[in-house]
Design a protein around this ligand. Sequence first.
Ligand code: F6R
Length: 616
Amino acid sequence: MCGIIGYAGSQGALEVVIDGLRRLEYRGYDSAGVALLTDQGLAIEKRAGKLSNLMNSLAGRPLDPSTTGIGHTRWATHGGPTDRNAHPHTDCEHKLAVIHNGIIENFVELRQALEKKGHEFSSDTDTESVAHLLEDEYRECNSDLAEAMRRVCRQLRGAFTLVAIHVESPHQVVGARRNSPLVVGRGVDENFLASDVSAFIAHTRSAIELGQDQVVDLRPDSIEITNFDGTPAVTNEYEVTWDSAAAEKGGFDHFMLKEIEEQPRAVNETLMGRVGIDGRLILDEMRLSDDELREIDKIIVIGCGTAYHAGLIAKYAIEHWTRIPVEIELASEFRYRDPIVDRSTLVIAISQSGETMDTLMALRHAREQRARVLAICNTNGSTIPRESDAVFYTHAGPEIAVASTKAFLTQIVAAYLVGLYLAQVRGTKFGDEISEILTQLSAMPAKIEQVLETMEPVRKLANTLKDKQSVLFLGRHVGFPVALEGALKLKELAYMHAEGFAAGELKHGPIALIEEGTPVIVTVPSPRGRSIIHDKVLSNIQEVRARGALTIVIAEEGDESVINFADHIIRIPTCPTLLQPLLATVPLQVFACEMATIKGFDVDQPRNLAKSVTVE
Ligand code: F6R
């Protein structure tokens, strides 16, 4: 949701900023813009559309040299995606430039007051009010841009990351954050500000988390961080553990393809180092004591989109292993239904980015009710783990494609490990039972690899189905969230009507959607162990087939019972039912990715979407 970069150093600022924007474009791609401090004053270029539009325009009209600059790539909220509304925005005198991520909720009042004072606006954005407010405050506080920023922030309501530069201070960049991400990169004779570390990882791995309600005054040789009230801030500096190659496509046509292929490694790394020499599970980052975990009498899992689907899957395993009731709730709905939450509730917030506003607000609500919150997150130092009582980091590496893939599989693994840990602490499973499940989990990376090696027929299938109007996905038990995830992927990437259903629900209404040739993709659970679910799913396949559906069946190797009811069979290796989502989801990811490619859509940056949704 909007990518932001700021640079103060000795290199050409434009190159640094554009390179950063290239790495941040997945956050939003409605427009892009840069502002540089040059000997001639403020130089700005901004264009609606993708970053390539801005780059083309810069190629035709190069800006003056500069070593201080800011850049923005936008996911529009207030004001349509036009050149005029693209960031940066400026004051009346064109002396300062501001970029923004988030929503200023009181911008209407602010704008009216500023207009009354004679300020002239040239866009429809909430951001421009900040530029004019800064103009006034800068004058009021003896041209101290950092102090002006603190004063402005104290007047704003909502969520914001703000970054500003002023012509009178040619080596300074000032940033601020509330409820929206901003990270500082410490270099040698150069410093950076960005929405996430991928923007400056090619220059430095040394990062500082900017805390809530803090302002940073950045110069080539200094970084000063204060709270909104001007007092010095406590910060946390850390080394980023991955390198810039992890955020490159590495020979793949799309990040999504690369990230799908990385899944065996991502799952493996998320599993690594979790078992002690005594065979017991250890979760180092779990900052909750065993006594606290024994007090838990209810778990509520919250998340959005794909993370929500990971939570739906986790419910089956955690309840089964721990016998603790588990509720799963869309984070965006959670706090509005007055949930019953108290000190003995464990809220598990699942978020790849760690910045999703709906999830953040839900976890804050849970903490206000005194619940303990555990974050499952892929992004070190992001807001959600910082505001949680405990954290379990997935080790998927940076996920750049907007559609979540490797984060999803690692979220499932993480939630399963949390479930097993609870079972261990509370004694609801014996040590050997937990070890057996851990052994089964450790076999999954190789099995995911096997699935990936057999995806050619799935790609061909996408080509066969490219002209279909609609695709339905069915599953029971953990296969139901897999169906939801398969449908979400197809909707968001290939813009096709797709819906996931619990297979048993079909006859209660949705079966009316089936007509001759409607593709229905069904995940069939293993016939071993849970044969009752397996047999019920087979009946559901027959029901849709009898009504003309084209049945595409995902079934484990050796399950011959599906042959007579399937028009296409996608085989996956055998594994226990609870672990099957780690395999069955993969063909659905490949299917959606291939369908989008065939239709000529942008796989990594689907329309209307952005990664890391930092607005509610
Ligand atoms: C879909 C997708 C989204 C995210 C959702 C939550 O492919 O990526 O549905 O899963 O926006 O994002 P995080 O996990 O960052 O909180």
